[in-house]
Ligand binder design. Structure first.
Ligand code: NAD
Length: 348
């Protein structure tokens, strides 16, 4: 007999090539009249485009974003939204833009419309993070995006390295959905489909960045995967990624990409649970092969992780995981994983 609990909070999703044209009516449908557009870095030009499309409904732009949402930047974005009298936010970009919008939304209780341009999937979760001395993450209903407009044409300019790493961030969401606490069969179906699509389309998107069909498949998979994450978040693997990224300034998606095969290999329960038909009998080996195919750097050393910080990172990760987490890893567990992932060629 089936026995499960399923709950997926409502979020309106508009998906399709060229669907940025639907943004103005979507913003109007939410009755937003004074929208602050948040877009920076390489996605800033898409932010300009969005502000132009919104016309008088866009009251300002905040054009600086940064990974892990530094506290000071969040405070500045909150002040900008207040000064503009914003009644809503439109984030345009990857997880950094979405994350900044979430921080503002939580502070001011404003609705978010998201236009994602990477495969990070933040727009599909209520989790947000802010980084001071260390990164703090929490789930908050105010961080939930109200409407997402996915337009794969906006991802065509994402460089191959970022495409590969971001695709692995989506894979990490799917693996977490398959292996997280509780069993939600809908989430399982979505996650399996996400893995199948990513295995097929990510190498194409990396090899041929202009292939809109492949970009569309990976973006669709990214949404499927992130919207399947358990409410408790991504578990030990995600915890470790947040510690490494937040503390040592590593690129978030690349940390996911380098670590995922190692976390799956290190956690035998995880490996067994992830033994989904699409990952095959040896999920870690499947993930390693895909990582090699799309050119993921081979170890944490290549990402700039300082070797003398592996002990403290392991201790911090162990502390960050609540002792009542179904798979609580201690510092030794994380240290072994980090050793394996630091110079994988030398240790495996
Ligand atoms: P990002 O948003 O920093 O983007 C990565 C890089 O790609 C940046 O240099 C950016 O300028 C560039 N870029 C983005 N879109 C582009 C485009 N269309 N064309 C060309 N370049 C483009 O990184 P990310 O990996 O998308 O997100 C990472 C952040 O998101 C981290 O802070 C992470 O913690 C957070 N995150 C949160 C969740 C969640 O559920 N809350 C999930 C995933 C990631």
């Amino acid at each position: 007999m089936r026995d499960f609990v399923h709950q997926r909070p409502a979020c309106r999703v508009v998906f399709g090539a060229g669907r940025l044209d639907r943004l103005p009516p979507e913003v109007a449908a939410l009755e937003l009249r004074r929208v602050l557009v948040i877009a920076g870095g390489a996605a800033a030009r898409h932010g300009e485009q969005v502000a132009a499309r919104l016309g008088a409904r866009a009251v300002g732009r905040f054009d600086r974003v940064a990974q892990h949402v530094p506290e000071q930047l969040a405070a500045e974005a909150v002040a900008t939204a207040q000064a503009a009298g914003a009644d809503g936010l439109c984030s345009v970009g990857g997880g950094s833009a979405t994350g900044l919008a979430k921080a503002v939304a939580v502070a001011l209780d404003l609705p978010i419309v998201a236009v994602p341009t990477t495969y990070a999937g933040s727009e599909a979760t209520a989790v947000y993070g802010i980084t001071g001395e260390r990164k703090r993450t929490a789930a908050d209903p105010r961080a939930r995006v109200r409407t997402v407009v996915y337009d794969p044409t906006l991802t065509l300019g994402l460089p191959a390295r970022a495409t590969a790493a971001s695709g692995f961030n989506a894979l990490a969401h799917a693996v977490a959905a398959l292996t997280g606490p509780g069993h939600d069969p809908m989430a399982g179906l979505s996650a399996s489909e996400a893995i199948r699509l990513i295995r097929r389309a990510l190498p194409v998107a990396v090899r041929e960045p202009g292939r809109l069909d492949a970009r569309g498949e990976v973006l669709w998979a990214a949404w499927l995967a992130a919207s399947s994450l358990p409410p408790t978040g991504g578990g030990l693997h995600h915890r470790l990624c947040h510690v490494l990224g937040g503390r040592y300034g590593l690129v978030h998606a690349e940390v996911h990409a380098v670590l995922l095969p190692h976390t799956v290999a290190q956690d035998r329960t995880l490996a067994l649970a992830a033994a989904d038909p699409v990952l095959g009998e040896d999920p870690a080996a499947t993930l390693r092969a895909l990582a090699a195919e799309v050119g993921i750097p081979t170890g944490l050393a290549a990402l700039g992780m300082p070797a003398d910080k592996l002990d403290s990172a392991a201790t911090e990760a162990a502390t960050a995981v609540a002792p009542d987490h179904p798979r609580h890893g201690d510092a030794g567990w994380f240290r072994a994983l980090l050793s394996d992932a630091y110079h994988p060629k030398e240790t495996s």
